[in-house]
Ligand binder design. Structure first.
Ligand code: NIG
Ligand code: FE
Length: 419
């Protein structure tokens, strides 16, 4: 090696979880820290990382194309948001008064609002409308320090409309600096045209939609809203197993409001992750731990729904040694925010997670919830050079000083894109 693309110096604290694998339970606290660090980057990947002195000695006879000095700030892996409903039309502020008057989330849905309202707006939107709207959200995420985001379909609920959403996600992945990972979520709600005929819609999903989506190569994962009044455990199992048969790895919106046994199902079918989990039982946690399922917790959603109940993160971590991840769940209904930093604050406040656990949950464990632990989520030689530079003196400062954006810079694939 006689030349490198970029040298990052002046790193007051480099903080990262170690390795590639999900960090389980107590390991989530064990982050690595290097004071006065340097990172050498070449062709979008990390070539050396260590103290500034170590890195400089390795670069003694190497031409350095560009150097940035981050002025003593804190550098972490680029954040990963592993659960969003990024691509959708319209918004739902018209439901705010209804919500404030005490009407529950599932009741609004049962009355034909909620997800159904967004389905209508999404079907009516052109691909360009959807791109323009999601593009702005991606910019917000990037400014928050996020470098990879998952995006679910599920506001089309017909083959053509689901494919439209997934094509938009692909176009965004091809054109926006952020990486977008697609999940097919045709099982997001029973469409109004199938009201009272959920089984017939599940037939359509497994016979037509899943095979077509897989054939089009537009999704890596398959997700379902397993909830009372939405999809039952049996229907969810059918959908996810069919997805698996077609190479779509299962994810599941599980036990958010009612303890249906979604966490147990996640264990049974070997889902990569189970999300929400506010109502999940101890048996559910045990099933997840036994089968290596990653719990993706969404404290922004419970906060925004005004729920008194929160996911039992402390028990998941301390008792079941689970590798907890965090995500925004960005969507127009239950969590209209792109801000992962607000989620970090809420993970501290309501889930009682420590700053180190929060970092691990938003980086390496989140990367593993997307099957990308070997490529992103930690600052390691050979990994993608995705880095977030925070204008904060330490990790605890992020959830502590809330409501502002602490991001000072973002490096994505070795390119400085926010500064
Ligand atoms: O994860 N729970 C189901 N899906 C989303 C909400 C979607 C919506 O309300 O538009 C969630 O919270
Ligand atoms: Fe969701």
């Amino acid at each position: 090696m006689d030349r490198i693309d970029l040298l990052v110096t002046g790193i007051g604290r480099l903080i990262t979880p170690p390795g590639d694998a999900p960090r389980c339970g107590h390991q989530m606290k064990e982050v690595h820290e290097i004071r006065d660090a340097g990172i050498a980057i070449h062709e979008g990947r990390i070539l050396f990382v260590g103290t500034a002195q170590e890195v400089m000695s390795l670069l003694a006879n190497v031409e350095i194309t560009a150097t940035i000095n981050v002025g003593g700030r804190m550098v972490t892996p680029g954040l990963v948001d592993p659960h969003t409903h990024l691509v959708h039309g319209g918004s739902r502020e018209h439901e705010l008064a209804l919500k404030r008057s005490g009407v529950a989330y599932l009741d609004i849905l049962a009355q034909g609002g909620g997800i159904h309202s967004t389905v209508q707006s999404t079907r009516a939107a052109s691909e360009q409308d959807l791109i323009t709207k999601a593009w702005r959200s991606l910019n917000e995420m990037l400014l928050n320090g996020v470098t990879t985001v998952e995006a679910k379909s599920g506001y089309g609920l017909t083959l053509l409309d689901e494919l439209k959403q997934l094509r938009v996600a692909k176009r965004l992945n091809d054109t926006h600096p952020l990486d977008i990972v697609s999940t097919f979520m045709g099982g997001h709600a029973v469409p109004l045209a199938y009201k009272g005929r959920a089984e017939a819609y599940v037939d359509l999903l497994v016979r037509e939609m899943i095979p077509e989506v897989a054939e089009a190569g537009l999704a890596e994962f398959c997700d379902v809203f397993c909830e009372l009044g939405v999809f039952t455990i049996e229907q969810s199992r059918r959908i996810l197993l069919k997805g698996l048969e077609y190479g779509l790895h299962p994810k599941i919106h599980a036990d958010e409001i009612e303890p249906l046994g979604g966490a147990e199902l996640a264990g049974e079918i070997g889902a990569i992750s189970a999300e929400h989990l506010l109502a999940a039982t101890d048996q559910g946690f045990a099933a997840m731990a036994e089968h290596g399922v990653i719990p993706v917790l969404l404290p922004g959603t419970s906060f925004n729904l005004g729920l008194a109940k929160h996911a039992r993160a402390r028990e998941m971590i301390d008792t079941y040694e689970l590798p907890v991840a965090l995500a925004t769940d960005y969507n127009p209904g239950s969590c209209p925010t792109e801000s992962i930093q607000i989620v970090m604050m809420l993970a501290s406040l309501n889930l009682k997670m420590t700053p180190e656990e929060i970092l691990t949950a938003c980086t390496l464990n989140a990367a593993n919830a997307l099957g990308r632990g070997g490529d992103i989520g930690s600052i390691e030689v050979g990994k993608r050079a995705d880095l977030t530079i925070f204008d904060a003196p330490n990790l605890a400062y992020l959830p502590y000083h809330f409501g502002i954006n602490h991001t000072y810079g973002v490096i994505k694939n070795g390119h400085v894109i926010v500064w």
